[in-house]
Design a protein around this ligand. Sequence first.
Ligand SMILES: CC(C)(COP(=O)(O)OP(=O)(O)OC[C@H]1O[C@@H](n2cnc3c(N)ncnc32)[C@H](O)[C@@H]1OP(=O)(O)O)[C@@H](O)C(=O)NCCC(=O)NCCS
Length: 195
Amino acid sequence: MTTAQSLTRKKRMDLPAALLTGATTVLRPIAAEDLPVLQRWDDDPEISALMGQKYLEVNIRDWFHSLPTDRTCRAWAITNQGGRLIGELELAQLNWRNGTVELRICIGEKDCWNHGYGTDAVRIAVRLAFEGLGLRAVYLRVFVANRRAIHVYRRIGFRAEAMLQPSRRRNDPSPVLLMNLTQERWHRLQAQSAS
Ligand SMILES: CC(C)(COP(=O)(O)OP(=O)(O)OC[C@H]1O[C@@H](n2cnc3c(N)ncnc32)[C@H](O)[C@@H]1OP(=O)(O)O)[C@@H](O)C(=O)NCCC(=O)NCCS
């Protein structure tokens, strides 16, 4: 039986606070009061050019209310250590059988870009996926033009696996890079950085 299979549903829901805390950021549950802020980020043209507009297709309140029962998606607010809401992070398309999940991150407060928060939050999410949820691999999709995001993902250990053509339906601005990080590689990188 794999680690993922051995975790009970309850354990999957109750992640220890230590796993949700990084060096400069904290992941906490999204609250109803956060939704106007998440909507503002989604409506921001500079941000939507980098990651599309999620709440065009799905109503933000419906999405929020579906979270507690959605076994395929976990979402958190990202705060700095002072508790300021600065972003949102999702582990979506959770596939327990294959042990895979898709990462999606947005540091929505632009004055917080390039301060290390994104790197820290992605690190927390990867650790959560592997140590908390017992998954096998984390993947993500990023526009090739999003050099900052790619720099962050590579630094953490993600590797480019494929280049996807832009979707005309979503009006993608550039091809999409599919990146992947396996648990095995992540553990190897952790061991290397500790030695
Ligand atoms: C992408 C994102 C998560 C990164 O988070 P962040 O907190 O800004 O990133 P960090 O500060 O941790 O790291 C940024 C790194 O990129 C580098 N960088 C910035 N602009 C860059 C560019 N144009 N090309 C290459 N590297 C760049 C910075 O120098 C920094 O690297 P360094 O620490 O080695 O100096 C965040 O900027 C964000 O959410 N942006 C808007 C939405 C988005 O793009 N989401 C990702 C969709 S896949």
